[in-house]
Design a protein around this ligand. Structure first.
Ligand code: CA
Length: 278
């Protein structure tokens, strides 16, 4: 029975034992849970009601988790989706696709870690929803202050306007030809729009705000995913891989450099010949 304020989670998993274990533990934590054992059933449930989070197995009968994730993301840009992947090579495949998932857990995983990730994802999504409401409610104040307030509400690192700093103007982060309009949550390469998921945008913004300094893995996990626990984690690398693909595809001069053992850095890399771009 669903109670007020209770979060609804959809578990999509074809392995019955794992599905039931997850359901039992999530219900014990106070979540309202629905389950589906194959892709089309999951889609039907998703279309019937709204969920606060989806736990999505990748290898499913019917529609695959890959396909489902893309379909769901097209309809709801903000809904947190955590993918359950069976193996490392599956995770590599995930990295090669633009699915728009928020997080990944590789089986076998500890329930404790999964619960922490679920809590972090729900916290972030609630903060983002609140930031959106604030931004919509105060369009007149949609300048740096409103953006900063929204960012603070979302727990995102405060960002200094390095672009057009005029009062009431857009809050911009710039790295080479990459321009991030923080108040509108839009990324551009020159004049070309760069489509990013929320997590990708937050990550790009964190990197851009560091103006060429290294962002440690720990800081990125804390700021973008709201994690407060350690762990070997490839979610960050997967998102970096997507961003690199997108930047390369858009012909960006800005580049994400791996600093081995530490984290990542965004380099502006000024265009060598065509200085008129951007
Ligand atoms: Ca499966």
């Amino acid at each position: 029975m669903e109670q007020a304020g209770q979060k609804n989670i959809l578990i999509v998993e074809d392995e019955a034992v794992l599905r039931k274990t997850l359901q039992y533990n999530l219900e014990k934590e106070g979540y309202a849970v629905e389950t589906a054992s194959e892709g089309y059933e999951a889609l039907e449930r998703f279309e019937k009601r709204s969920f606060d989070l989806i736990l999505l197995d990748v290898m499913l009968p019917g529609l695959s988790g890959f396909e489902l994730c893309q379909i769901i993301r097209r309809q709801d840009r903000a809904l947190p989706i955590i993918l359950l992947t069976a193996r490392r090579d599956e995770l590599d495949k995930v990295a090669g696709l633009d699915l728009g998932a928020d997080d990944y857990v590789t089986k076998p995983f500890s329930l404790r870690e999964l619960m922490a990730r679920i809590r972090a994802a729900l916290r972030r999504s609630a903060a983002m929803a609140e930031a959106d409401t604030v931004a919509r409610a105060e369009p007149a104040a949609a300048g740096p202050d409103a953006a900063r307030a929204a960012a603070a509400a979302a727990g995102v690192a405060p960002v200094t306007a390095t672009g057009a700093g005029r009062a009431g103007g857009p809050v911009l982060e710039v790295a080479g030809d990459l321009v991030l309009d923080v108040s509108r949550h839009e990324a551009r390469i020159g004049r070309q729009a760069l489509t990013t998921s929320r997590k990708e945008f937050d990550l790009l913004r964190l990197l851009a705000a560091s103006s060429g300094a290294v962002v440690t893995r720990q800081l990125a996990m804390e700021k973008v995913w709201g994690y407060d626990f350690p762990g070997d984690d490839r979610t960050l690398d997967v998102h970096i891989a997507w961003l690199r693909q997108k930047l390369a595809k858009a012909g960006a001069t800005a580049r994400i450099t791996t600093v081995r053992g530490v984290g990542y850095r965004l380099d502006a890399e000024a265009p060598p010949k065509d200085e008129t771009r951007a």
